[in-house]
Write a protein that binds this ligand. Structure first.
Ligand SMILES: Nc1ncnc2c1ncn2[C@@H]1O[C@H](COP(=O)(O)OP(=O)(O)O)[C@@H](O)[C@H]1O
Ligand SMILES: NC(=O)OP(=O)(O)O
Length: 311
């Protein structure tokens, strides 16, 4: 198997549910991630990185709401671009520091990336993407009276949800390919990309694209040898969070599709990851992996994680 991998890193790897979102905390988490990426580079892998922004974009949106009487609030697409910029900056700084420590040298570049969506996507009528902090049920009920859509997020607490339309195409695909050709470690399509709608003009639209689905499109566009989704669990489980919970190791597309039909994977968390992995494996004949950041090298060697193979 070739060694060009697209890695989709969960927003939780950058800011965990119980952590305060200080700049320092997020930088430290990103630095730890970059140490894993350096290990991959040393092992001969070529990496294109995309990342989530659920916690960050939700926090930025909250800041807009809180300060709305003194500063004009920015819409959600602009908040998405802010999250791409700040997370990309932290990756560029941390990655350069890690490379220097390891006596390695490489250009690290973040590209502000727009991703096309359909303005008639049914997702606009049914918000599913959890963003921002976690709330108690009482707090969530209070926020619902203000017009927020809220859901319970995988047993971890309540969160605001926003529409998450399907990614159709990456606007900056050519620039990404040029940067990769020039041996850059590229960070692109952060937070699933900034959602834009193409009519006579290109317009931003208020939503948060799922970074796993956008990452899968990106991985196919750049013809990656494998697509790796890194999150905070070591495996995909069936009967998750129940006494019957069971981890999934190597599994074929047909087998996991059956489990999807049985309803094992929730919208807004494991559902889109499994969907993205299936799409990649089916379309390319290459494996897609869902694993934890700490086991990324083992996962690429198929020794850990959930490995979805075409057959
Ligand atoms: N079937 C499942 N198997 C494993 N984890 C699951 C499952 N269903 C829901 N989850 C939850 O999905 C979470 C990962 O999704 P998400 O929070 O969107 O991650 P990230 O921000 O890393 O992309 C896990 O922390 C876990 O709580
Ligand atoms: N945009 C996105 O999918 O972010 P998370 O991975 O943080 O949910």
């Amino acid at each position: 198997m070739g060694k060009f991998v697209v890695i989709a890193l969960g927003g939780n790897a950058i800011l965990q549910p119980k952590q305060k979102g200080t700049a320092d905390t997020q930088y430290q988490n990103i630095y730890a991630t970059c140490e894993h990426i350096a290990t991959l580079l040393k092992s001969g892998y070529k990496v294109l990185l995309t990342h989530g922004n659920g916690p960050q974009v939700g926090n930025i949106l909250l800041q807009q709401d809180e300060a709305k009487d003194v500063v004009s609030p920015m819409p959600l697409d602009v908040c998405g671009s802010m999250s791409q910029g700040f997370i990309g900056y932290m990756f560029q700084r941390a990655m350069r520091n890690v490379l220097k420590k390891n006596n390695m040298d490489k250009e690290v570049t973040t590209l502000v990336t727009q991703v096309k969506v359909d303005k008639n996507d049914p997702a606009f009528e049914n918000p599913t993407k959890p963003i921002g902090p976690f709330y108690t049920e009482d707090e969530a009920k209070e926020l619902m009276t203000k017009g927020y859509d809220m859901i319970e997020d995988s047993g971890r607490g309540w969160r605001r949800v926003v529409p998450s339309p399907n990614p159709i195409g990456v606007m900056e695909e050519k620039s990404i390919l040029q940067l990769i050709e020039n041996d850059n470690l590229v960070i692109a399509s952060g937070g699933g990309g900034i959602p834009v709608v193409e009519g006579e003009t290109l317009e931003g639209i208020e939503a948060v694209i799922d970074k796993d689905l956008a990452g899968q499109k990106l991985a196919m566009d750049v013809k990656a040898d494998s697509f790796v989704i890194l999150t905070d669990v070591d495996y995909v489980f069936i009967n998750y969070n129940t006494p019957q919970q069971e981890k999934l190791g190597k599994i074929t597309v047909a087998e996991i599709e059956k489990l999807v039909e049985e309803g094992h994977f929730k919208a807004g968390s494991m559902g889109p990851k499994v969907e993205a992995a299936i799409k990649f494996a089916k379309a390319t004949g290459q494996p897609a992996i869902i694993a934890s950041l700490n086991s990324v090298l083992d996962a690429l060697e198929h020794k850990s994680g959930t490995i979805i193979v075409p057959e």
